[in-house]
Design a protein around this ligand. Structure first.
Ligand SMILES: [Zn+2]
Length: 189
């Protein structure tokens, strides 16, 4: 059944903006999107806490305002930041959701794309556990592709960009090791 196959290649969003199969960890760091704002962008990031270390709970702690500043020197720098993303894809491909897609997560910061400011207003933020210095895992691309398919099925997605595209000079993620070909995007850079 082709329909069955289609379903297996996407992670479906429900009407409340959640993916049921994702692990849900609620972040308080969100607010309402502007009225009548259509969601047409996906922003891809990388993150690791501590930097370049994987598998711990630092990212979840940061996004829920529970990072312990005494645990690592870098944590002391960032623990007061109120940030979040809609999704995190861990190294093993596990999908975690922090904020409903109907709400505005705080991932992009000061940003602009093709004449529009404040990309958080109209985007879904996806963090890949990783860094600018290391390749991402096949399992991460697999989950990312299914997530993108699900988002495209729900929202009129027109732009899939990196954080560095919308905050040039300020942000470098997802970095040179992110393979845009994996998600069928040709970059002209
Ligand atoms: Zn970022």
């Amino acid at each position: 059944m082709p329909n069955q196959q289609l379903k297996s290649h996407q992670l479906k969003l429900n009407t409340l903006g959640y993916i049921k199969s994702a692990k849900q960890i609620a972040s308080p760091n969100f607010d309402a999107r502007p009225d009548n704002c259509s969601i047409d962008m996906i922003v891809i990031h990388n993150i690791s806490l501590p930097p370049n270390q994987y598998g711990g709970s630092g990212i979840m702690q940061l996004f829920t305002n529970r990072l312990n500043p005494n645990e690592h020197p870098y944590y002391a720098e960032v623990y007061t930041r109120k940030v979040s993303s809609h999704f995190l894809i861990r190294r093993d491909g596990e999908l975690i959701q922090f904020v409903s897609c109907l709400q505005r997560a705080w991932h992009a910061g000061e940003s602009h794309w093709q004449g529009r400011e404040r990309c958080n207003d109209f985007s879904v933020g996806v963090e890949l556990e990783g860094s600018d210095y290391e390749a991402f895992k096949p399992a991460q691309y697999k989950t990312l592709k299914q997530l993108i398919n699900g988002l495209k099925n729900t929202y009129p997605i027109q732009h899939i960009v990196g954080h560095s595209d919308i905050a040039p000079g300020r942000k470098t993620d997802p970095g040179p090791n992110f393979n845009w070909n994996e998600i069928n995007i040709i970059k002209n850079t």
